[in-house]
Design a protein around this ligand. Sequence first.
Ligand code: ZN
Length: 339
Amino acid sequence: MIGPGLLPVVFPPEADERLSSWIARMAPFYAMTVPEFLAELGLPGRDVFDLEWRMSEGEGARIALRTGLSVETIQSMTFCDFIPDARMMVARRNRHHCPYCPADVHRRSMSLPWAFHCPVHGADLQDTADVTLPAMMGDTRTAALATLAKAGSAVLDAWALGAGQGALDAPEMLAVLTARHRRASPPSLAEQPRMSLQTRRDYHDFLTTPIIRQALTVVVPEYDEVAPVLAKPVRSSLDALAQGSLLQGFALTVGIGRIVEDPVACAINVLLASDVDGQVRVREALATWPLSLRRRISARLWRAQRDERERQSAAKPRKRRQSHEFRLIQSHEYRSRIS
Ligand SMILES: [Zn+2]
C-alpha cells in the first residue's frame, strides 16, 4: 500500500495513450503488477482491458482521486464511446508499430486496423517484419490511394462511434468486399512467380491450390496486383478487418473509401466480374444495402450488360469469337478438374 490520496509520482499520459498502456507503465514504477496497481487505485479485481472498454463514472472518479487527472481526461483514454460491435476492432496493443514511438506506449488509434500512420510522428506504421505499406505497394501506388484510405478511415471511425453514414455503413460494405465473387481457382500466370519447368513440377501443390476469390480484388485491383497470392484471401465481413494484416487492413479501408465515393459503380464492377454462383453471393451481400441504391444498381447493371453484349458482337469477327470461346471452355474444364 502506498497510502491514501494522491500518488507521489504520476506519469503524464502520452498523446492518444490508452488507459491500459498508461497503467502498465506506472505499475512497475511502484513495483506492482497491473492487477495490484489497479487494486491500489481502488479497483480490485478489475481487468484493465474491460475497464478501458466500459468504465463507470465512479471508477473514473477513483482513478482521478489517486492520479490528479480529470475524469474527462481518463475517459478520453478509454473506448467507452465505441459501440459494442466495434470491440473486436480494438487490439490489446498497437497493431502495427511506429519506429519513433517508445515500445511501451500504446495509443488508442493504433489499436485499430484502419490506422496507417503514427498520430504523433506521422510515420508509416510497420508490420511485425518492420515492413511499411509503401515498401509493400510502392510509393506511387500508396500515395495514389491515400485519399481513399482517409475517406475509408473516416467511415470506420464514425461507425465505431455509432455515428454511421446512414443505412450504408461499414459492415454492409465489408460484406460485399469480402463476398466470394468467383469460385476458388489456382494462382493465375500473373500471380505465379517465374519458375523453371522443374520448379513448376516441384511446386505442383502450390500451383494447383485453389485460392478464394473475393470482390475486394475487383474494387481494389491495386491490392490484387501486390498481395502475395496465398495471403490474398481475407476473412469474411468485420473479421476481415479485425484479423487482417497491415496490407489487408489498408486494402479494405481503401475499398470502403471507394464504395463511399461511388457505391453503384463499385457494385456493378463486382457483379460484372462475378461468375454465376458468385453473383448470387454478391447479391446476398448487397441485400443489406438501401433499396434506393439497389434499384440504381439493377438499372445500371442491365444497361452495362446490354452494352457489353453489343460491344462484343460488334468488335469480334465470328471466327475469332468461336476460338476464344473454345479456349475459355478449355480453361474452365482444367480448373474444375483440379479444384
Ligand atoms: Zn510514433
